[in-house]
Design a protein around this ligand. Structure first.
Ligand code: COA
Length: 332
């Protein structure tokens, strides 16, 4: 039987830094308020002519360089994004494939907001285990600045741009295999976090109002509470299903939305400080890119070693959620 191995990681963060101090010149807020309520100090913003596909391509290039897989061997590309280059089509995955020189591989986007990378991972695992694909490139890429309302202090302080990518390959070695992935969704909570305009559900009036057509809107306080509950429950379930306890996890990689959410979840799960991966202070919430950017951070700092067990835990608009148990399995 083929198993799916998490071979490599890469990420890209645009160079422009947007600080809390700069945001406080745009809306009525302060560095102190943002830091205390979210843990975010700064976030990255893509250039005007830098698209989500450019961010994704740069992250994917790094992931490919760090794997032993060439672009010719990639047979599927999945991009998780809520800020695609183009509304509906073509998919950002197809554009990234072409920018990388990948020809003829299956390519499509998925929409699962901040859980997108975990969903993409589950798709890669399923295609590989079924024998349909061998080398899958997955990407979480977001230019959230394009759908952020910089006059709304409840959202604009949270989000940033970036991308992360991983190469997932078939292996016969069970010790390298992604152990388990859980994903779920509940549309009952759809209105907590949404881009209400611009789709077929919009009125023509809203469509005409171009300026607000694709901006994110959020009920922050309610989202916070559901996030803590869902992220904690999800991890408890995947650990129990696999007869594992929190102390076996080397790197707990939660979605980087808010430091207070991460702390509440980490405490509820009895994770030690050194287990919890944190990048929220420097990148803010980059939605589908947040988890792979965080994995890349531990990789580039030399803290991610072969065989070490990662536990991913994500939550996002939809609502969606997902968790994954993954040994890091670079090609030896
Ligand atoms: N600066 C200053 N004050 C602000 C502010 C800002 N950027 N944003 C909101 N406030 C104010 C509110 O207007 C409110 O004022 P009031 O008491 O006079 O009415 C007060 O701060 C408290 O607002 P509240 O929304 O209850 O704050 P909070 O502690 O819940 O923090 C968030 C707001 C958005 C930081 C927090 O709710 C959050 O992070 N939620 C989760 C968001 C998230 O993770 N989303 C993505 C999920 S994938």
């Amino acid at each position: 039987m083929a198993y799916a191995a998490f071979r490599s990681i890469g990420a890209y963060a645009p160079t422009r830094v947007l600080t809390n101090a700069e945001l406080s010149t745009l809306v009525d807020t302060s560095d102190e308020w943002i830091t205390k309520r979210t843990g975010i100090k700064e976030r990255r913003i893509a250039a005007k002519n830098e698209f989500t596909s450019d961010l994704g391509m740069k992250a994917a290039q790094k992931a490919l360089e760090r794997s032993d897989v060439s672009v010719d061997d990639i047979d599927m590309v999945v991009c998780a994004t809520i800020s695609p280059d183009y509304f509906c089509m073509p998919s950002t995955a197809a554009i990234i494939s072409t920018k990388l020189g990948i020809k003829g591989a299956t390519a499509f986007d998925i929409s699962a907001a901040c859980t997108g990378f975990v969903y993409a991972l589950s798709i890669a695992k399923a295609f590989i285990e079924s024998g349909m694909k061998k080398n899958v490139l997955i990407i979480g890429a977001e230019k959230l600045s394009a759908i952020t309302d910089y006059s709304d202090r409840g959202t604009c302080i949270l989000f940033g741009d970036g991308a992360g990518s991983a190469v997932i390959c078939a292996t016969e070695d069970k010790s390298e295999a992604i152990i388990d992935i859980h994903t779920g969704a509940d549309g009952e909570y759809a209105d907590l976090l949404m881009t209400p305009n611009g789709g077929s559900g919009s009125s023509h009036d809203a469509l005409a109002d171009e300026a607000s057509s694709c901006f994110m809107q959020m009920k922050g306080n309610e989202t916070f509470k559901v996030a803590v509950k869902t992220l904690t429950k999800d991890v408890k379930e995947i650990l129990a299903d696999n007869n594992l306890t929190a102390d076996k996890i080397v790197h707990f990689v939660p979605h980087q939305a808010n430091l207070r959410i991460i702390k509440a979840v980490g405490d509820a799960l009895k994770m030690k400080k050194e287990q919890v991966v944190l990048t929220v202070s420097k990148y803010g919430n980059t939605s589908g890119a947040s988890i792979p950017m965080a994995i890349n951070d531990i990789y580039e700092s030399g803290n991610l070693k072969t065989g070490e067990l990662m536990l991913l835990d994500a939550f996002g608009g939809g609502l969606t959620w997902g968790s994954a148990l993954i040994p890091f399995a670079p090609k030896q």
